[in-house]
Design a protein around this ligand. Structure first.
Ligand code: PEP
Ligand code: CO
Length: 411
């Protein structure tokens, strides 16, 4: 199997994350909870990219900071589960573990793990990377296309119109610069974007098969994605996942939930970033809207006190999930906003930089998270609930959130 990403790109992402760690850039990491073998189409990939580019424009426009764009995409096919089984309609079935392992349909045959799925994940990742590359470098991501990233069902909303006003201003600025005699055509950064990929490094047999030593620097690189992370359930200090991540030179992430103590987090950082390299380590806090303000400040202080130049990102999704009355997993838009606000305020208190957000979203018009300007209620969750795992923000909710985060960054 050939490697999926180039080491030069991996190193470039690490350099960009070093800028985030220094407070000079912002990280936007986003995509599906769990990519699907069944819903893989070019328009779906393009729409996801559109939303992320749109959010990045809003964040950059509002904050004046460059935005490092990393998708949960092209490899996010394996899911850790809290329970090995689940009860569906009174029948006990093996839990769905992501399309790299088994199927999501609620029957015993689908839920049986099939190793051929590892190859399916590899090939779909390769195809997704090819699509992303052609979109990111082939004119689609040109800043002059800023209007066309507004998906139809977003454009007709209040936030879509607000986005269009900013897009108009960007157009005007571009015309102004051209009129001043600046040669915009030759300005490469206006015509393409750097878009990176990431996923949870959960299935180590897969990850190891795509790990290579780079002959130029003698270091090992995980080449299934630019960035890999360990989840809240797989980040044990003496576990195999942290052992794997400690041996590769990629930028790596660790999810940290509310039960972690400062001492344990410091030991994790020692393990993963002993040389204290800026951009190497991203800590992805997923504390819950009610806990983040209490739990996060002592962690921020401990890590800063030990001199780890980490990126701190906020995952406002995973500790705010609950089952609706109809039995569907969901999240409230308001809780997501509250957790991000708490994250920013904890950084304000600790004097550290709120480096980014880590989100589950899609470019499709789904009804999986509650609230937002559309006020999706529990009675509407069933309308377009298509996720194979956790509930995602739809594109309108994502744009609404980008406006809010951009306001927080400005203040
Ligand atoms: C996820 O990112 O989909 C996930 C399972 O997160 P966590 O490890 O934070 O629970
Ligand atoms: Co998830």
């Amino acid at each position: 199997m050939s490697a999926l990403v180039a080491t030069a790109e991996v190193r470039r992402l690490r350099a960009e994350l070093a800028e985030v760690a220094a407070g000079r850039a912002f990280l936007l990491q986003a995509g599906d909870c769990s990519e699907s073998f069944d819903e893989f189409t070019a328009p779906a990939v393009r729409n996801k990219l559109k939303v992320i580019l749109q959010m990045a424009v809003l964040l950059t426009y509002g904050s004046g900071l460059p935005v490092v764009k990393v998708g949960r995409i092209a490899g996010q096919f394996a899911k850790p589960r809290s329970s090995p089984t689940e009860d569906i309609g009174g029948i006990c079935l093996p839990a769905f573990r992501g399309h790299m392992v088994n199927g999501d349909a609620p029957d015993a045959q689908s839920r049986t793990p099939d190793p051929r799925r590892l190859l399916g994940a590899y090939h779909q990742s390769a195809a997704t990377l090819a699509l992303l590359g052609s979109f990111a470098h082939g004119g689609f991501a040109d800043l002059s296309q800023v209007h066309s990233w507004n998906l139809e069902f977003v454009a007709s909303s209040k936030e879509g119109r607000r986005y269009n006003r900013i897009a108009n201003e960007i157009d005007r600025s571009l015309r102004f610069m051209a009129a001043c005699g600046i040669d915009l055509d030759s300005e490469e950064t206006l015509h393409k974007v750097d878009f990176y990929t990431s996923h949870e490094a959960l299935i180590l047999h897969y990850e190891e098969a795509l790990t290579r030593m780079n002959s130029a620097d003698g270091l090992w690189y995980g080449q299934s994605a630019h960035m890999l992370w360990a989840g809240e359930r797989s980040r044990r200090l003496d576990g195999s996942h942290i052992e794997f991540l400690s041996g590769i030179a990629n930028p790596v992430g660790v999810k940290v939930g509310p039960s972690i103590k400062p001492g344990e987090l410091v030991r994790l950082c020692e393990r993963l970033d002993p040389k204290r390299q800026p951009g190497r380590l991203t800590l992805i806090a997923r504390m819950g809207a009610d806990k983040v303000r209490d739990v996060l400040p002592p962690l921020l202080q401990a890590i800063a006190g030990e001199g780890f130049p980490v990126v701190w990102a906020c995952d406002p999704m995973h500790a705010n999930t609950f089952l609706s009355d109809g039995g569907r997993k969901t999240r409230r838009f308001d809780d997501i906003v509250r957790e991000i606000e708490g994250f920013f305020s904890a950084h304000g208190e600790a004097g550290t930089f709120p480096g980014g957000v880590h989100l589950e979203l899609t470019g499709d018009n789904v009804t999986e998270c509650l609230g937002g300007l559309d006020e999706i209620g529990e009675d509407r969750l069933h309308v377009r609930y298509t996720t194979t795992c956790d509930p995602r923000l739809n594109a309108r909710q994502a744009i609404e959130l980008a406006f809010l985060v951009s306001e927080l960054l400005q203040s």
